[in-house]
Design a protein around this ligand. Sequence first.
Ligand code: FAQ
Length: 322
Amino acid sequence: MSQDVPQAELDELEAQFQARIDAEEKIEPKDWMPEAYRKNLVRQISQHAHSEVIGMQPEGNWITRAPTLHRKCILLAKVQDEGGHGLYLYSATETLGTSREELVQALHDGVAKYASIFNYPALTWADIGAIGWLVDGAAIVNQVSLQRTSYGPYSRGMIRICKEESFHQRQGYHIMMTLMQGSEEQRAMAQDALDRFWWPSMMMFGPHDAESAHSARSMKWKIKRQSNDELRQKFVDQSVAQAEEIGLKIPDPELKWNEERGHYDFGEIDWEEFSRVVSGNGPCNRQRLQHHIRVHEEGQWVRDAIAAHEEKKRQRAGKAAA
Ligand code: FAQ
């Protein structure tokens, strides 16, 4: 559409759009928006949706092995919540004109990204604690900020998602706390889970601001409200006190309170590992994708049945109108 509009008119529309963003107005699906704003949103929201859905796998793997019925019920509810988050987010991209089918196809073709963290295995029960505490913890830090994102449907989705993530984070922390009150082996298991999940969780916030391809534009359009490094710092500051409270040690020799900055200083992420995992070569990338493809194919009959039912309804409505 933009190609048919004269440049001067396009400039005017963009100026009006930016003025609305600057005035903290939400952009809604039928409002005019620059094509690049739409594309950037579809990119971010769809990566987010895929992360929620692929993120069901490491924890789903532990539902049958949860140590008590109580823990099993909690985990089951949590994993279902993550699937629901994926659906809210796919719906948000549909309001931007991109269907869930297209996005799932891009995931299966290996073109679409999802959060690197979900390519690490959940090896022990303590990993379920670490995922809830750290992975949901990092997700909340990011998503609380995204509640104020400029696109209405995404912002409203985030408000609902944050309420649920908050319960997820607490259940994970509670698992870690319980293990830390247990035997020596249980405490060692909790520490081992923290050792393996700490750095991948830090990677969830993406590259440093100076290296972040999308940040400048996303901040200008208020799609993102805080930068990758600001959010990562927030996560470190909140996690150190939580670890200390239950006797866990964050695996970073450079972690140190900086009085002047009023924040913790911390060591450097292994960016080579980050790019390896993001480019498809992490410990579980292939397994995660293959599992998604297989389950999607197995569910084809459900989609066919729904489509047939909808077609019947349309035919009946047509006959009644005739
Ligand atoms: N993994 O220019 P930037 C959850 C990519 S939900 C993989 O900085 P941006 C809940 C990035 O996409 C977790 N790729 O990008 C849960 C871009 O690639 P592209 C998901 C990454 O968008 C818990 C390129 O690198 N949350 O955990 C990663 O401005 C437990 C350049 O990066 C969200 O998605 C990464 N870690 O900032 C579920 C939140 N980092 O598109 C189950 C929404 C960066 O150029 C169990 N998303 N990349 O090919 C965001 O806030 C942003 O998209 C960032 C990245 C901050 C992730």
